[in-house]
Design a protein around this ligand. Structure first.
Ligand SMILES: Cc1ncc(COP(=O)(O)O)c(C=O)c1O
Length: 368
């Protein structure tokens, strides 16, 4: 079975440009309608050209996790960068000095130790570095509990080289919910917790201008919670099977697929793709689901990508030899898109099934 895409070597990442553009415009419209700023997390696409498109559509700035990602964005001319990750350690602080000469940088943190490092740097370069206190609204990763926020905020605010401008959370635990309604409740709860926390800090005299929240599963609901000023979704640009399972995306709104080739059908209940964990990653679905495996093979809902080794994706299916052919290409919607993109040098831009160019993943691998 010769595919229309047989001129593209596999495994490859394909972006459906029209779907991506619709996803970008939809989120920009939600932020505008809700009256909040949009600051997309670029961890999903890791590509300055796509970040620039998000800015063109009205995003206030970008969010990154690592200084290395911020450096790539700043080198591309992006001037408003929020690092939603605590910056700890001398070598990162010295890279931050250079970064701050190129862009307006703000940083989230959850400790006096991290704030002190930034304050010392601020004193050294004669700047007040904008910081946001990270609040734990349920993900239990980093962040202070809401009832500890006031004490921590006061301690940070008393440091001379930083300026506490707001509070920030990532309500990523919504992705563990069993349904769209569960994610909605999670969004509303996190939004209220953030608004109340900001209110308490303001009553104590702290200048909390920003209440920043963010995740794709919650964005459509949390943007409308009064008191929220900014949303930071990332995954929405492409979506993935996690979002489909949760009910905030559909197969139709998944804009990125992995093109792979069937390279072996060793038995009638097993076939092998040339995409293993080096392409698909080993992430399983996050929301509770009866669907198992390492991605969704489009057009074959009954096939499970049951096992992976680095370069092999082992499919489990009935009647494999009559349903698939060696050399056949298939498209896979990954479970979790962000780490998949991180493993690719480039993504192909597809329009009406034709490759029109490529996007380089310039910020891949930037884990420092
Ligand atoms: C701090 C932070 N903000 C925003 C996001 C974006 O969330 P999502 O990938 O659900 O769009 C992430 C994702 O991991 C994150 O860690």
């Amino acid at each position: 079975m010769q595919s229309e895409l047989s001129y593209i070597d596999t495994p490859s990442l394909l972006i459906d440009s029209a779907k991506m553009e619709r996803n970008l415009q939809e989120m920009a419209a939600i932020a505008a309608d809700a009256g909040v700023a949009l600051r997309p997390h670029v961890k999903t696409h890791k590509s300055p050209s796509l970040a620039l498109r998000q800015l063109e559509l009205g995003a206030r700035g970008v969010t990154v996790a690592k200084i290395g990602e911020a450096e790539v964005m700043a080198d591309a001319g992006i001037r408003d960068i929020r690092i939603a990750y605590p910056i700890v350690g001398e070598s990162k602080l010295s890279r931050l000095t250079r970064l701050m000469q190129m862009a307006d940088v703000s940083i989230s943190l959850d400790s006096v130790e991290a704030a002190r490092g930034l304050s010392d740097l601020g004193g050294h370069i004669d700047r007040h570095i904008p910081v946001l206190l990270k609040i734990n609204t349920g993900l239990d990763r980093v962040g202070v509990m809401p009832d500890e926020a006031l004490e921590m905020a006061k301690a940070i605010d008393s440091l001379p080289g930083v300026h506490l401008v707001g509070i920030l959370t990532h309500e990523g635990h919504a992705l563990k919910e069993p349904s769209r309604e569960g994610a909605r409740q999670c969004a509303i709860q996190a939004g209220h917790t953030m608004a109340e926390t900001a209110g308490r800090l303001r009553e104590a005299g702290l200048g909390i201008a920003e209440v920043s929240v963010g995740s794709t599963p919650t964005a459509r609901d949390i943007a409308y919670v009064p008191g929220v000023t900014e949303i930071r979704p990332g995954t929405y640009i492409f979506n993935d099977y996690n979002e489909v399972t949760l009910g905030v995306a559909t197969e139709e709104t998944c804009a990125l697929t992995i093109l792979a080739t069937v390279v072996s059908i060793p038995s009638n209940d097993r076939a092998v793709l040339d995409a293993g964990s080096k392409t698909l990653t080993s992430d399983l679905l996050s929301p509770p689901s009866s669907r198992k495996g390492y991605g969704y093979v489009k057009g074959y809902p009954e096939i499970t990508i049951a096992r992976l080794t680095e370069e092999h994706g082992i499919l489990s299916l009935q009647d494999a030899r009559s349903r698939l052919e060696i050399g056949q290409q298939v498209e896979i919607i990954p479970n979790h898109i962000c780490p998949v993109v991180n493993l690719a040098d480039a993504m192909y831009l597809m329009k009406d099934g034709v490759c029109e160019g490529q996007v380089e993943v310039l910020a891949r691998g930037k884990n420092r």
